[in-house]
Design a protein around this ligand. Structure first.
Ligand SMILES: Cc1ncc(COP(=O)(O)O)c(C=O)c1O
Length: 434
């Protein structure tokens, strides 16, 4: 036992005092976590293939992150950047502006979590274009605030009963090749789904009223949907023709998750605004909007900001994250891990007909479970059973997808080959047991 309270006691306390809507995917309570392993309060180890939902790309309790947090906490924890500024956010902004894809001069602002970055990106896009409408995509996930849940596609659990929603948000189908909304085949379709944006302006909202489209380079919560390579370039060309901004929501894909620092690198597209959070500060609450300087600079003084934005401890952690990527060649490790993961998952697909699709980029991979490969009927119950089976044997995996039938892999990029193999073996046992 590594805590004075057991999992059962903590569950009872939780049920009494934590609001029921705020659920957890697993039933154990964490005592400590290192690298890719979480240990619960009763001393049980779990291999972590969830990474706190894409937050722990550098691994749990990385010594450099821990040291940076301690060192900064010893100096000061808050003065408010809007009152008495300090170095951390300035240095971090420089690093982010250099790292976000594209050659345009850039500027950044900080917030505390992914959806707050999304909110700010929408505010800035509207201010810059003087237009109200935002186009989001089917399957998209952008968070849980009023604007965030409005932009989010999935009704249950994210929107059901929680409206009314923010105005001037429109939604169009996404490039989902496994379940094409237009029933076409890639590449014969010539990515016609991107061209639909022009038609959208005829029937749903005027191009001259549209401030921005907001897109995830790889849809996260929506089921790790990877659009064809040319998709975003086509969307961007249409946007530019009409003076519409592209917001790349890299909250989940950013900071090395796909084997590149930002996923838009894979598509060779420079977004106008990019939202970043999750693995940016290795678990400290920190997010950013990074965008073209003339756009970022458009808002009048104090039109954006907030009490905790650019918190010094969180920024120190984020700077340590950048050092780790550089010093430990983490992008190369991520690519290697991604290759091994893909190979392992494709091997499982050969053995188990339940796996309809294996997809992703680098170590941001997922498998989609279907009852039948032809009808593609989602195997939602089987997915739940598999997640539970793995957890009970010491492996944390997460479901996702519009139908809850996708298992996503978001393990720390420092996961060892042995841990990866152990996890895949447990997954194989799980499939065999179904
Ligand atoms: C693409 C994307 N955008 C926004 C968010 C919201 O981030 P947060 O939960 O930190 O507000 C998430 C969270 O999963 C996300 O995946």
């Amino acid at each position: 036992m590594t805590s004075s309270k057991s999992n059962t006691t903590l569950r009872e306390l939780r049920n009494t005092y934590i609001a029921k809507g705020n659920v957890s995917a697993t039933t154990c309570f964490v005592s400590h976590a290192h690298g890719a392993v979480i240990t619960d309060v009763e001393g049980r180890d779990y291999i972590d293939f969830a990474g706190g939902i894409a937050v722990m790309n550098v691994g749990h309790s990385h010594p450099k992150v821990v040291a940076a947090i301690k060192e900064q906490a010893d100096k000061f924890t808050h003065t408010c950047f809007m009152v008495s500024p300090y170095e951390g956010p300035v240095i971090l902004a420089e690093k982010l502006c250099q790292a976000v894809p594209g050659t345009s001069p850039k500027a950044a602002m900080f917030a505390n979590c992914g959806v707050e970055a999304v909110e700010n990106a929408v505010k800035i896009a509207r201010y810059f274009t003087k237009r109200p409408a935002i186009i989001a995509f089917e399957g998209g996930f952008h968070g849980r605030t009023l604007m965030g849940m409005t932009l989010t596609s999935k009704i249950a659990p994210y929107k059901a009963g929680l409206g009314p929603f923010a105005p001037e948000v429109y939604r169009m189908p996404f490039a989902n090749c496994y379940r094409c909304p237009y029933d076409r085949e890639y590449p014969q379709c010539k990515t016609a789904c991107a061209d639909k944006l022009e038609e959208f302006f005829v029937s749903y909202v005027g191009a001259d009223q549209t401030a921005a489209i907001i897109v995830e380079p790889v849809q996260g919560e929506g089921g790790f949907i990877v659009p064809p390579k040319e998709y975003f370039a086509k969307l961007k060309t249409i946007c530019e023709k009409h003076g519409i901004l592209m917001i790349a929501d890299e909250v989940q894909t950013g900071i090395g998750r796909t084997g590149a620092m930002f996923a838009m690198e894979h598509y060779g597209v420079e977004a106008d605004l990019t939202t970043i959070a999750k693995s940016l500060a290795a678990g400290m609450p920190l997010s950013a909007v990074v965008g073209k300087k003339e756009i970022m600079d458009c808002v009048h003084p104090s039109g954006i900001g907030g009490t905790y934005n650019g918190n010094p401890v969180a920024c120190a952690a984020a700077l340590a994250v950048f050092d780790i990527f550089e010093q430990e060649d983490l992008l190369a490790k991520a690519q290697h891990l991604g290759n091994l993961l893909k190979e392992g998952l494709l091997g499982l697909q050969e053995k188990f007909s339940l796996i309809g699709d294996v997809r992703g980029i680098g170590p941001m991979m997922a498998i989609e479970l279907v009852k039948d490969k032809h009808s593609k009927e989602p195997a939602t119950a089987e997915t739940k059973t598999l997640v539970k089976f793995c957890f009970e044997r010491g492996l944390i995996i997460l479901g996702c997808g519009t139908y809850g039938n996708v298992i996503r892999f978001l393990m720390p990029l420092v996961t060892t080959e042995a841990q990866l193999r152990q996890g895949l073996d447990l997954l194989q046992e799980g499939f065999a047991s179904l």
